[in-house]
Ligand binder design. Structure first.
Ligand SMILES: NC(=O)CC[C@H](N)C(=O)O
Length: 193
């Protein structure tokens, strides 16, 4: 099983290490040509969504990646990655892939509480440790054209921080920075080879 990790900016190496620990092969997506390679799942890491969004367009990777997500490629998105998937970003005109019907709010915990650590439950995954770094949260999940809403997986401080919608799973925190491999294991379980 080969997982492609978007490696333009941010915390991608940590995802690769975690996947390798679980026995998956990894490749890095750095340029449009890398999208020709064979892979079974995609990771959109944390970092800075505005920078990642701009690079995706500049490098002509945006449309082909969006197509893969729309055609069912399993995706695990963390933090900035979650912002890239959201159909709506509060207070901001621009959105990116827009494949996950929800409104996210960026840098939503204020300056003082920009980074924090907690432990909470994620439905179907279990109790996990969560590291938030200038994290977004999900303000609301929306019904799609078929009337279906993303499943809320996790809530911290009354805010939605984990969702699943068909092939897309997104978290506001950084599971790759903790020892716990449960989220990555669950993601690999979404891939049927
Ligand atoms: N740790 C992160 O990925 C932070 C996300 C970042 N604040 C953004 O808006 O893109």
């Amino acid at each position: 099983m080969t997982i492609a990790v978007l490696a333009l900016q941010g915390a991608f190496i940590e995802h690769e290490h975690m996947l390798q620990k679980l026995g998956a092969d990894t490749i890095e997506l750095r340029k449009a040509g890398d999208l020709q390679k064979d892979f079974d799942g995609l990771i959109l890491p944390g970092g800075e969504s505005t920078v990642q969004g701009k690079l995706l367009h500049d490098l002509d990777m945006f449309e082909p990646l969006k197509e893969k997500i729309c055609s069912g490629m399993p995706v695990l998105a963390t933090c900035a990655g979650m912002i890239l998937l959201a159909s709506d970003i509060a207070g901001q005109e621009e959105s990116y892939f827009g494949t996950l019907p929800m409104t996210v709010r960026r840098n939503a915990y204020g300056r003082q509480l920009g980074s924090f650590h907690t432990t909470a439950n994620a439905n179907g995954i279990g109790e996990i440790s969560m590291t938030f770094i200038r994290a977004p949260y999900v303000e609301s999940v929306h019904a799609d054209a078929a009337g279906e809403k993303p499943e809320v997986l996790s809530v911290v401080q009354d805010r939605i921080v984990g969702v699943k919608y068909h092939n897309q799973m997104a978290f506001a925190f950084h599971p790759e920075l903790d020892q716990d491999t449960k989220i990555h294991e669950t993601f690999l379980g979404m891939i049927h080879k």
